[in-house]
Ligand binder design. Structure first.
Ligand code: HEM
Length: 414
């Protein structure tokens, strides 16, 4: 591991060049990330005012580090971590209620503790039959078609229906959730235009109004779902406020659909680009668990995380001053040859797959067991029902929001 911060050579891809806003990055992310990693475990991005953490060992250490924070209010105004969340034209405007994604302890632990029970592997296992039913119903509708868009027709509706049912919002509104989600994740684009900012604001307000109605409906008529659970929640005497409930449902609804959609979409794309791997899975369905781990490693839905340094620290031997933003590059870590040999090869029989696609430490993805179950059922069933599936063309369009990595559409032929 390189023991000091690398001052970027002139040709080093930093700034936009190291994000999916750049068409070259979208086309060849590993060409870019391999060069950045070769420059050091920690690379200063002077353009975006952040430090890129590139090597797997350093990324894991940053994710585990309990001294690092995420609440942008602890970062200087012009820092990368603050730019990310500035949804309002007025940079000083206060957010309504930050989600746990952007909160530190004690609020983070309190909020996570309140919903944790619903997402444990044991709780999620009980949902397997329902996830299977939803996958079957969606694929029934596609039977007999010559082709379809895997994203619009399968990988987007499946997780959205699942999380809507868990929460207790109407799964029939799933197309509307997707429209709102697609707009809201643009908030992770540090270079959003005023027009985008307004669209994000409009979508957030519409989603919040919708969710406030859903909370009111559950207060009037409690049901066996998470919204009702949150209304009743009392954890060590600590109630959730209505604003916190709305923010939490919004986070789970968004986190629960976009990322899993992308895991299934990116993974099926990798399988169809490597027909030998598709055939292996078709002939040996018991490979599905390993296949989903390889899908997570190879083309992860979340490609970077973020942390704020609140007191001077050292990362992989590099001194980093308080106030700095760190971007642990999850995609670069998964493709670090020190983590996984021959990392750019997609291999569903790979042994000891290592990845950081669900983050790590105290912020390890709450939805990981659910995402794994959904992807295993979705892809396992797809291979069984459409054994001869292939790509309709050789071009796909990737979304251009930094940190969120997925396909806009994936046209396939049955
Ligand atoms: C393939 C699908 C998914 C991927 C790749 C993914 C990825 C991630 C990552 C990388 C983090 C850590 C962020 C950080 O380091 O700060 C995270 C956190 C989180 N994820 Fe997921 N996620 C997925 C699915 C889900 C699902 C299905 C849900 C819920 C239904 C969910 C809910 C959350 C929540 C609430 C957090 C915040 C945890 C915290 O701050 O303590 N995710 N996810």
């Amino acid at each position: 591991m390189t023991a000091e911060t690398t001052k970027k050579p002139a040709e080093m891809p930093i700034g936009l060049g190291a994000t999916s806003l750049d068409p070259n990055f979208r086309a060849n992310p590993h060409e870019v990330l391999d060069r950045v990693r070769a420059a050091g475990a920690v690379v200063e991005d002077t353009l975006l005012k952040r430090y890129l953490v590139t090597e797997a060992e350093a990324v894991e250490a940053v994710l585990r580090d309990r001294e690092l924070c995420v609440d942008p209010r602890k970062a200087p105004k012009d820092s990368f971590m603050n730019m990310l969340r500035r949804r309002n034209a007025d940079a000083d405007a206060e957010e309504v209620q930050p989600s746990m994604l952007f909160l530190d302890p004690p609020d983070h632990d309190r909020l996570r503790g309140l919903v944790n029970k619903a997402f444990t592997p044991k709780a999620v296992d009980k949902m397997a039959a329902r996830v299977q039913e939803i996958a079957d119903e969606l694929l029934d509708k596609l039977a007999g078609r010559e082709g379809f868009d895997l994203i619009a027709d399968y990988s987007a509706p499946l997780p959205t229906i699942v999380i809507a049912e868990m929460l207790g919002v109407d799964p029939n509104d799933q197309a509307q959730f997707k429209t709102w989600s697609d707009a809201i994740i643009q908030g992770f684009n540090p270079f959003m235009s005023d027009e985008q900012r307004q669209a994000i604001e409009g979508a957030s307000q519409a989603l919040n109004a919708y969710l406030r109605n859903a909370v009111a409906a559950r207060r009037a008529a409690p049901a066996d779902d998470l919204i009702t659970g949150m209304i009743k929640a009392e954890d060590a005497g600590d109630f959730l406020s209505d604003d916190e409930i709305v923010t939490m449902i919004g986070l789970l609804l968004l986190a629960g659909n976009l990322t899993t959609t992308d895991l299934i979409g990116n993974g099926v794309y990798a399988l169809l680009q490597n027909p030998g791997e598709w055939a292996k899975l078709r002939d040996n369905p018991s490979l599905i668990q390993n296949t989903v781990e390889e899908m997570l490693r190879f083309d992860p839905p979340v490609t970077q995380s973020g942390r704020i340094v609140v007191k001077d620290t050292v990362v992989a031997g590099c001194p980093i001053a308080a106030g700095s933003s760190l971007s642990p590059l999850l995609l670069a870590a998964n493709h670090d040859p020190a983590f996984n040999p021959d990392p750019h090869r997609f291999d569903i029989t790979r042994e000891e797959i290592k990845h950081v696609s669900f983050g790590g430490g105290r912020r390890y993805c709450l939805g990981a067991p659910l995402a794994r179950l959904e992807a295993q059922v979705a892809v396992g069933t797809l291979v069984k029902r459409f054994p001869d599936l292939r790509l309709a063309g050789d071009k796909v369009e990737r979304r251009s929001v930094p940190a969120f990595n997925g396909l806009v559409a994936l046209n396939v032929v049955t």
